[in-house]
Design a protein around this ligand. Structure first.
Ligand code: PGA
Length: 247
C-alpha cells in the first residue's frame, strides 16, 4: 500500500477569517497524503491557500447539470481544484435521507468527473449490538459496486466510520477497527475488486492521542478526521502519526 491518506472533514464549520488561520497553519508532510474537505463556498479560498495538500468537497450531486436547485456537480468541484469528495457520510444518510442507491450514483458521478470518492460506510450502535456490522457495510458497498463495477470500485477510497464513534469522543478500539477493515478488504477481494489498491480509512473520534494506535492497525490506510481537523495542531499531529506508520 502507498502512503496513508489523512483527510479532514470540516463539516458545517468555518468562516473566511477562521479558515485563513487554520489553512495557514497546515503544511504538507512527506510520507503522508493530506487532504481537507471544506464547505462548498470555501473551495476557492482553500484551493488557493493549500500547497501540496489535496482539496475535497463533502458531498456531490448525482446529476451533471440542469434543473436541480441547490445541487453542485462533480465537474464544478473539479473546476475548483477538488481531487476528492466525501460521498455517503452517515450524517447525509441519516439527516438527508441518502439511500445506498443515491450514494452509488454519486460515486459514479464523482468518478466521471475525475474525482476520487471517499465513500463512507459504517454501522449504528444498534446494528453493532445485533451483530450486523459486516452485513451493513457489505450492503453499503454492494450498492456502489452495482453501479461502478469492480474495476472502477478499485479507484475509490473507503472510509469505515462507525456511526456511534463519530463526534462522540468514543473511538472504536484497535481490535474493532482491525476486524472491520480486514473484513472490508476481504469483501472487496471476494467481489473481484483489486482490494490491495483500495485505501481503507478509519473515521470516528480520531485524535492525536489515539492516532498512533489506530494507524498501526493492519488494513488501516489513513483516517477521515472531523472535529480534530478544525484544530491545526491536532490535524498536523494526526498527519504526523500517519507519516511514520506504513503497513
Ligand atoms: P469526528 O468525525 O472525527 O469528529 O468523530 C469524523 C467524521 O464524521 O468524518
Amino acid at each position: 500500500m502507498s502512503k496513508k491518506l489523512v483527510a479532514g472533514n470540516w463539516k458545517l464549520n468555518g468562516s473566511l477569517d477562521a479558515n485563513a488561520r487554520l489553512l495557514s497553519a497546515l503544511a504538507a508532510l512527506p510520507g503522508v497524503e493530506m487532504a481537507v474537505c471544506v464547505p462548498y463556498p470555501y473551495l476557492a479560498q482553500a484551493g488557493s491557500a493549500l500547497q501540496g495538500i489535496g482539496l475535497g468537497a463533502q458531498n456531490v450531486s448525482e446529476y451533471t447539470s440542469g434543473a436541480y436547485t441547490g445541487e453542485v456537480s462533480a465537474s464544478m468541484l473539479a473546476e475548483f481544484g477538488c481531487s476528492y469528495t466525501i460521498v455517503g457520510h452517515s450524517e447525509r444518510r441519516a439527516l438527508f435521507a441518502e439511500s445506498d442507491a443515491v450514494v452509488g450514483r454519486k460515486v459514479l458521478a464523482a468518478q466521471a468527473a475525475g474525482l476520487v470518492p471517499i465513500v463512507c460506510v459504517g454501522e449504528t450502535l444498534a446494528e453493532r449490538e445485533a451483530g450486523q456490522v459486516m452485513s451493513v457495510v457489505g450492503r453499503q458497498l454492494e450498492a456502489v459496486l452495482d453501479v461502478t463495477g469492480a474495476d472502477a470500485m478499485a479507484r475509490i477510497v473507503v472510509a469505515y466510520e462507525p456511526v456511534w464513534a463519530i463526534g462522540s469522543g468514543l473511538s472504536a478500539t484497535a481490535a474493532q477497527v482491525g476486524d472491520v477493515h480486514g473484513g472490508l478488504r476481504s469483501w472487496l477481494r471476494a467481489h473481484d475488486v483489486d482490494a490491495d489498491g483500495v485505501r481503507i480509512l478509519y473515521g470516528g473520534s480520531v485524535k492525536p492521542e489515539n492516532a498512533d494506535e489506530l494507524f498501526a492497525v493492519k488494513d488501516v490506510d489513513g483516517g477521515l478526521i472531523g472535529g480534530a481537523s478544525l484544530v491545526a495542531e491536532d490535524f498536523m499531529a494526526i498527519c504526523r502519526a500517519a507519516m511514520v506508520k506504513q503497513n
